[in-house]
Ligand binder design. Sequence first.
Ligand SMILES: Nc1nc2c(c(=O)[nH]1)N[C@H]1C(S)=C(S)[C@@H](COP(=O)(O)OP(=O)(O)OC[C@H]3O[C@@H](n4cnc5c(=O)[nH]c(N)nc54)[C@H](O)[C@@H]3O)O[C@H]1N2
Ligand SMILES: Nc1nc2c(c(=O)[nH]1)N[C@H]1C(S)=C(S)[C@@H](COP(=O)(O)OP(=O)(O)OC[C@H]3O[C@@H](n4cnc5c(=O)[nH]c(N)nc54)[C@H](O)[C@@H]3O)O[C@H]1N2
Ligand code: SF4
Ligand SMILES: [Mo]
Length: 916
Amino acid sequence: MTEDKNLWTKSTCAYCGVGCGIEASLDAKGELNIRGDKSHPANFGNLCSKGLALGETVSHDGRLLQPSINGVESDWPTALQHVAEKFSQTIEEFGPDSVAFYVSGQLLTEDYYVANKLMKGFIGSGNIDTNSRLCMSSSVVGYKRAFGTDTVPGCYEDLDTAELVVITGSNLAWCHPVIFQRLKAEKEKRDNLFIVVIDPRETDTCSIADLHLAIQPETDVTLFNGLLAYLAEHNKLDQDYIQAHSEGFDTALEAAQQSSQDLTQVAATLNVSEQDLTTFYQHFADTEKSLSIYSQGTNQSTQGSSKVNSIINTHIATGRIGKPGMGPFSITGQPNAMGGREVGGLANMLAAHMEFGDPEAHQMISDFWQTEQLATQQGLKAVDMFDAINEGKIKAVWVMATNPVVSLPNSNKIIAALEKCPLVVVSDCMAETATTKYADVLLPAQGWSEKSGTVTNSERRISRQRRLLPSPGAAKADWWIICEVAKRMGFADAFTYLHEGEVFTEFAKMTTLGNEDGLKRDLNLIGLTQLDAKGYSQLTPQQWPVTTLQTENIHQRMFTDKQFFTASKKAQFIAVSPTAQKPKNAAYPLILNSGRIRDHWHTMTRTGLSSRLGAHIAEPFVAINPEDAKTLNIENDSLVAINSEQGATLVRAKLTERQSKGQMFSPIHWNKQTAKSANVCNLVSDDNDPVSGQPGFKSTQVNVKKWHYHSEAMLLTRESLDLELFDYWVKQKVEQGYLYRIADNRSPIELAETLQGLLNNKLGKTLQFSTTEQSLQAVHRYAFVKDSKLSNAYITAAQLTTHSLEWLQSVLDLPLDSSIELTLISGIVQGKLAQGKIICACKQVGINTITEAIQDQGCQSLDSIKSCTSAGTGCGSCVPEVSNILADYLENNPHLVTEAVTSNGVEKITVEEFIV
Ligand SMILES: Nc1nc2c(c(=O)[nH]1)N[C@H]1C(S)=C(S)[C@@H](COP(=O)(O)OP(=O)(O)OC[C@H]3O[C@@H](n4cnc5c(=O)[nH]c(N)nc54)[C@H](O)[C@@H]3O)O[C@H]1N2
Ligand SMILES: Nc1nc2c(c(=O)[nH]1)N[C@H]1C(S)=C(S)[C@@H](COP(=O)(O)OP(=O)(O)OC[C@H]3O[C@@H](n4cnc5c(=O)[nH]c(N)nc54)[C@H](O)[C@@H]3O)O[C@H]1N2
Ligand code: SF4
Ligand SMILES: [Mo]
């Protein structure tokens, strides 16, 4: 069958806020093929490794298939009735504020809309908050304070014309890879593009930076206040813009000057050189087309709102808003973080950008929804909501599409709250997440590829997610589940919709309340209010505001007329000063930063199903500066215990110069489902920004100690196993099973025997099981073969980190032949197993294949490696890593370098190298 004959359905990627368009097609084998949608204006056909692997994450492994009540399988009518009754009873007895919804930027706009309508409109409480509180709320505060509306002013097209791009608190290369690749392509094309990365650690994003400011954590306000003061001092302000279109400049400048006396002092506070700081300031001062991109290093801070406004202030002061190639651009995290903000999913917003405390809005919404119970007060923000659960004030909570036990700060407190709460309802796609464990009622939700609705991306573009596959078991759409509960609570008139398109058009109509012309609120979807089922079904991407249905992709900027949505119609400067950090605690002298890695998504409930994605970084880790490590007696690959006032984790140490002294970094992804003790939120405190309520996830005071063990194991199985009896374990999905890394206080031989007992193998062939050797150097190898297939295998020893065992990842996928058997018995790697750690996830190219291409086939440029091995020819995300392998290899083997290469200048791009 040729490609064109396949039926390709357009939809939107499940993951990040770039909101890439995809096309999906089911092949004869029943596999979902995915490709980029060339017509989608967010990505023009490009996808990153996660987008490309979407087809691998739609398996039904681990899915929640039936509703259950108190652990007993139930059916929909019973479960819906139960939830409705329990909520109604609680409200009747304790009032509307005794219940809460905790929802997610991974819900579709339609789900979000009805959840908000039920809680604020009919239950009559503001207690609906979302995981976007952890993600975007400081940006929301920043925009609302400055512009009077939660509106991203720019669009992706600005990347193509900006001449200075400031990427601050964002690891774009790993978290928004398609935008990063677009910027990288510009960088390669244009000499007039200068890129500055502001991040305490050196990330892959720095590979395209002209300047990296490795600032001290939480010094951003000083940095941007310093910039405002510098602009004033050097006469680089847009006085006309300030005079005519803004308010509050003088007080903002005064605050800026106070907190950034002079360049020397600012540079010292940030711990960067005065020269680098001046370079940044000068470039900003002299470049009209300056674009500031920011994300969690900015938002997730106890002073996140101030950080955001300190950035926006510099744009108002230079009039760089609403024009091509410039502006403050908060890049959103989740696929529908924006949609949630639009409908009112945050506890402090009412609905469709209408506010609490505005009597006119209150009346309009009450009339529109035909309700007399509309909430009059803001509800509790996420952290406060879980505190209220802990204190017994909230007695029923419904968690939808988020995994708070892993992702909210201070996990132990969250667990305690959920254990205490009389009713915990969880709607999820997966049966066993860290949070479903604490649910009284479990409701199976449709996942990406099954559900249908809309999402809004970082540039205000609404795209359809379409149904591609049937749902397994009894899984239902979130909007349907919410509406069915609402009906059973007595609100049938307001919650009867034939399909999700009706919910969407109701939302579109709501945006026009008192706002037909879009002059009162810029979130206006009047052009979509008349969509019928067919129009909704065929809806192409629409960028708001939508005055008429957009039949072509348009690229709109906001505030082009210099009119804002504040009372005076002027932009507001906000005077901000850095707030003092928590006093240093000698017991916890290091600062732990947390964030993302390239190939995993959040709590791994989806990316954890893909062996390709799991291979990039297989084990939770803490990145630590070599000098700190030396002081603490920690070697590369040691296991280390991290402790904070809140809790502890046990992870692998990775020594890297890219981490500044005194600071460490751990990824957020691993949790109880995938590792013994690696949930970084066990450590994080719930201190949060007083305005936005966003937690300061990026700087936790911790200490770290080497953890001693007596044995290690690598265990390969086809089935998932419970390994809680060991001190340390991590689970990695491989193609046909799982690869576990274990460390323990048992001796290697005891560990081998314990594993033997766990595996309980019968009726097959044992390849080898050494039980006699007791020496410390002894390596115990064992493999069990059943029906000519490898069933399971393990290797134990006192130390395994010095052994190259990457080959274990692919053993289960290959037909068992004598060369593989020999490798299993002897550890001598041969044949197909020899390609090593996978570098290119798309094309499955291992490190050894790449180094062989360099060494044996004379590949001395990226292009030749690409054509020899096909590494880097998929999504391109691994290209920096491939370049680095090349550069490292040639650096270590100078005799291999030919003239041509030297003059070509193979540039070394430092990339964290994680050996499996
Ligand atoms: N691969 C992948 N991509 C994702 C996600 C994922 O889970 N995996 N999640 C999505 C979501 S929901 C989100 S919110 C985004 C997040 O996207 P990002 O915000 O880009 O990701 P993070 O890794 O959380 O943090 C960004 C950077 O902030 C830096 N930082 C820490 N402290 C400071 C500071 O004080 N100042 C400054 N200037 N920087 C600091 C960190 O070192 C880190 O490199 O990613 C989205 N994309
Ligand atoms: N330490 C630290 N913690 C952080 C962060 C950090 O940088 N550092 N970042 C924070 C940020 S920005 C974010 S966005 C959060 C993310 O944290 P979470 O939202 O907790 O992470 P996910 O793994 O995306 O959880 C989504 C859950 O919903 C389920 N799900 C997926 N699709 C659907 C659906 O359509 N319907 C339903 N009902 N369920 C679905 C998934 O199976 C999964 O269990 O983490 C926050 N926590
Ligand atoms: S950049 Fe984001 S939206 Fe695009 S393919 Fe990657 S994860 Fe999906
Ligand atoms: Mo996020």
